[in-house]
Design a protein around this ligand. Structure first.
Ligand code: 4NP
Length: 150
């Protein structure tokens, strides 16, 4: 079983979408996907309604998800840890205990554009179009991740 963790700040906007999108592209028997946030603000909450809605538009249901905070134990469980943005990336690395932990962490958009260190923009304070944009970026990256994991 390969295990993938998607990480953003609140675990209610970007990483729940990344989790739902990747799950829709992989074999659940061999690949486990989860998500978490670096902050505790929204622990136990459902994804943001705008993430739920954009996922639904593409036939993906993410209403079974609940926000949680990343912990150091996640390094023992997961093989690949994807950060949505630079700040998430740095906060995840602060939890890493050693180089083995560190090498699991990658910026998710590096999968779709290795030359750039692009971030998935935080859509929390914007409108619905921000969520559509985030969805498209994550869909492209997750297509590549799914192909690599297969
Ligand atoms: P996310 O978006 O990190 O993609 O889940 C955010 C959610 C909540 C907040 C910020 C970003 N917040 O400040 O509460």
């Amino acid at each position: 079983m390969k295990k993938v963790l998607m990480v953003c700040l609140g675990n209610i906007c970007r990483s729940p979408l990344a989790e739902g999108i990747l799950k829709s592209k992989v074999n659940k028997e061999t690949i486990f996907v989860d998500s978490a946030g670096t902050a505790a603000y929204h622990i136990g909450n459902l994804p943001d309604v705008r993430s739920i809605e954009v996922a639904k538009t593409y036939g993906i249901d993410i209403t079974n998800q609940k926000a949680r905070k990343i912990t150091v134990k996640d390094f023992d469980v997961f093989d690949f840890i994807y950060a949505m943005d630079e700040s998430n990336y740095e906060n995840i690395l602060l939890l890493a205990r050693n180089s083995n932990d560190k090498q699991k962490v990658k910026m998710i958009l590096k999968e779709s554009d290795a030359a750039k260190n692009k971030s998935v923009p935080d859509p929390y304070y914007g409108g619905n179009s921000g969520f559509e944009n985030v969805y498209k970026m994550l869909d492209e990256a997750c297509t590549i991740i799914a192909r690599k994991l297969a």
